[in-house]
Design a protein around this ligand. Structure first.
Ligand code: FE2
Length: 100
């Protein structure tokens, strides 16, 4: 039962890390897109549109920073749990090696 609980916990931490990574890829794509749109708006003399786009760009950057902050603990937790499993796997395979 403990093994099942640990496995579920590990999966949850790794999935959280993967979700944060995917969300950050989306934010980076949006940051690039809004940056380009701002350049186009500036070039066309659309200062009001550029201003609104800059506000949105700032929101996207803030979301990216929050995700980075969130990822710090989640990535460490996912790595720690995974490392624990690796050590357990090594010791189990080592036992098997000795017994055979
Ligand atoms: Fe976004």
């Amino acid at each position: 039962m403990k093994k099942v609980q640990k496995s579920c916990r590990t999966t949850s931490e790794v999935l959280d890390a993967a979700l944060i990574a995917a969300a950050q890829r989306v934010e980076h794509y949006e940051i690039a897109a809004y940056g380009t749109l701002i350049a186009f708006a500036d070039l066309l003399g659309e200062s009001q549109h550029a201003s609104l786009l800059r506000q949105t760009l700032d929101e996207e950057k803030a979301a990216d920073e929050k995700l980075t902050e969130l990822s710090q603990d989640v990535n460490v937790a996912a790595n720690d749990l995974g490392a624990g499993e690796s050590e357990q796997g090594k010791s189990q395979s080592g036992k098997r090696g000795r017994a055979a």
